[in-house]
Write a protein that binds this ligand. Sequence first.
Ligand code: PHE
Length: 459
Amino acid sequence: MVNEKDTNTESVPVRGQWTGHLGFILAATGSAIGLGNIWKFPYITGEYGGGAFVLVYLICVVVVGLPLMIAEMMIGRRTQENPVGAFQKLHHRGSPWQITGWLGVASGFFILSFYSVVAGWAVAYTFKAIIGFTGSPEQIQNQFTELVTSPIDSILWHTVFMAMCIAIVMGGVRQGIERWSKILMPMLFLILIGLMFYGLFFTRGGSEALKFLFQPDFSKLSAEAVLSALGHAFFTLSLGMGAMITYGSYMKRNESIMKDAVTVSFLDTFIALMAGTAIFSLVFHYGMEPGQSVGLIFKTLPVLFKETGPLISVPFFILLVFAALTSAISLLEVVVSYFIDERGWGRVKSTLLLGLAIYIFGLLSAISSITLPFRGKDQGIFDILDFVTTNYMLPVGGLLTCLFTAWVFREADKIEEFGSKGSIYHLFSIIVKIITPIAVIIIILHGLELLPFMNYGNK
Ligand code: PHE
């Protein structure tokens, strides 16, 4: 069973399936845990001022993220289809709901294009770690600016990362995605625990970091921060673009979707908070600025790694690359599975062609910081893609998925996928019908500064 070839034979449209329950959990966790947790969560938390942002993000994970993850897995397992096919299968061929799937495929395309650039930075830092970090903290921090403003380096590492991603997705569900996730996710977990303990107990920044992360100061909470907290809940849990529909479609029956969704969301949140604690302990220990934008982890961690040496830094960056890989492959898988299922392309052909297209589009993000003053007033294509996909495309995709699940998905099918129709199912129904959609709509309107009764100043 295990070494049965899955969908990697050209033009044989047999769908892959996870070898077992653990395979699914690890792959879904692998998709969720990635740069979103270790790179993005700390940097946006730093930008939006800490505690209050974290609190809104945690509320979004529970109220919006968890129910939606359950919904996406249910849709995927029910239909055994890619996101576009799934909505049609549950409604009817040509149904307008397939737009949700389309939006997902587009989001996967755009997100991967800039995600690969950041993952490329992590690859570059793996090599820097092998050589060793030397010099003053300022000199170490400048290495980041040098990297992102050098067109050759940025493009080189983006190329290396996309090549790895394409190679794994070409291998298919079992041989590629599942096998790697099983080895790498547990290792990442261990190393992060180590870094967090180091930050908490061996630096002078530990308690300040905890205060920064967990003591909310609502005066710092802008409308944009609330929208970003929602967007980040989608981004970090891989929701709103059909990744969990696609992964759920390779899932076997008999497993409790709710338990799995709780496990994945919990692990994802836990990892983000651990990464945040580790990084902000260092930030405060060295008296650095929390709001250092996209460079935060690349500027702070190497200063510590200079002291701890390559024994810690090399494994850390290798695992960061792998965390990024297990997420990137799920982004690519959404796009690829659409072409396999709906267009009848072989896995190899779709992975190569789509991977190449994403790679080429990603070049724009790779040179984004060169063509514009880096994260100055002007926003480069990198920032715009990140902002629009995370804060608008994913929430809108999630909203449509939620409305579909609440009002179109047949009740009997839902109950069968959920596994019971007891009180927890009723709670789920009420949340998906009312609470999640209203929360998402309010936050999007708030982000656009369009909520009536709110005073948005004279902006
Ligand atoms: N969840 C991934 C991360 O946190 C990114 C991702 C987003 C993956 C959307 C798939 C879909 O890094």
